[in-house]
Design a protein around this ligand. Sequence first.
Ligand code: SF4
Length: 77
Amino acid sequence: AKYSWVDKDTCIACGACGATAPDIYDYDDEGLAEVIYDGDGNHGVKAIAEDLYDDLQDACDGCPTDSIKIADEPFNR
Ligand code: SF4
């Protein structure tokens, strides 16, 4: 399984990830990205569906600040 969260301390609110993977990433009131998939709340605990893995990787690769974290285990943040 794959899990993800966004480090808002380094996110620059560029808007790329939500455009690339709108089912996984959305933005808070300040425009900073967060994982909204399956009600994750940016905790990195919801297993992302396999059909979204390409979007997940594309968003991660496209983040200019490497703020998108991905792992095979839940982050439990
Ligand atoms: Fe933030 Fe990276 Fe998403 Fe841009 S692509 S909004 S820097 S997490």
